[in-house]
Design a binder for this molecule. Structure first.
Ligand code: G3P
Length: 217
């Protein structure tokens, strides 16, 4: 499963990128607002740091304007992936931009039928939002399972990009049901390395090692 970082925090992205955990980055208007940075500038900097796709979201709501924004965004770097909302206008813009060879990420997907339309529109990625479904008492993972079955039934190449990942449980469930990608905040990815028994075991090993009086270097 590919890991995208859902953030515009350059330091956090760089930290995970240096370990080799960053296959791409996703942003949205809320993340850009939180960064306090200029949208184009911050996308340019992320694209220079990361090799994989970097999602930059349009803010127009009408197809022609979305297409114009997408064409501007893709000029920032060859790894810009134009993010479009899952509306009929967004799907229309997706069809045009994907047809021009631009990477596209259709976002705010909350149903299997919406995902099917994104695939038919030629999206590179579709982003079902797991956490926001859980927030309203709907099992977000069931949606990922349904989309996996539908895409496999017809051989759609659109990748399932599980988004709105809030914890390690979501990450594990995505891997178990075969999401192609998950995008998660940096802190969620970092926490995946943690286990109390790892900490306890390491402390005991180091204490015993000290008793030997040896050093490896
Ligand atoms: O990639 C979409 C994601 O940022 C949404 O996450 O936690 O705001 O629901 P969240």
């Amino acid at each position: 499963m590919k890991f995208f970082v859902d953030s515009a925090d350059l330091d956090q992205i760089a930290y995970l990128n240096d370990i080799g955990f960053v296959d791409g980055v996703t942003t949205n208007p809320s993340i850009i607002a939180k960064s306090g940075r200029d949208f184009i500038e911050v996308i340019k900097e992320i694209c220079a740091m990361v090799e994989g796709p970097v999602s930059a979201e349009v803010t127009a709501t009408e197809a022609d304007a979305m297409i114009a924004e997408g064409r501007k965004l893709r000029k920032i770097s060859k790894n810009v992936c134009v993010k479009l909302p899952l509306t009929l206008d967004g799907l229309k813009a997706c069809k045009v931009l994907s047809g021009e060879g631009t990477q596209t990420n259709v976002t705010l997907c909350f149903s299997a039928n919406q995902a099917l339309l994104a695939a038919k529109a030629g999206a590179t990625f579709v982003s079902p939002f797991i956490g926001r479904l859980d927030d309203i008492g709907v099992d977000g993972m069931e949606l990922i399972e349904e989309i996996r079955i539908i895409f496999d039934n017809y051989g759609y190449e659109t990748e399932i990009l599980a988004a709105s990942i809030r914890n390690g449980g979501h990450a594990k469930a995505c891997a178990l049901v075969g999401a192609d990608v998950m995008t998660a905040p940096p802190e969620v990815i970092r926490k995946m390395a943690e286990h109390p028994l790892t900490d306890k075991g390491l402390a005991a090993f180091l204490k015993d090692w000290e008793k030997t009086g040896q050093s490896i270097l």
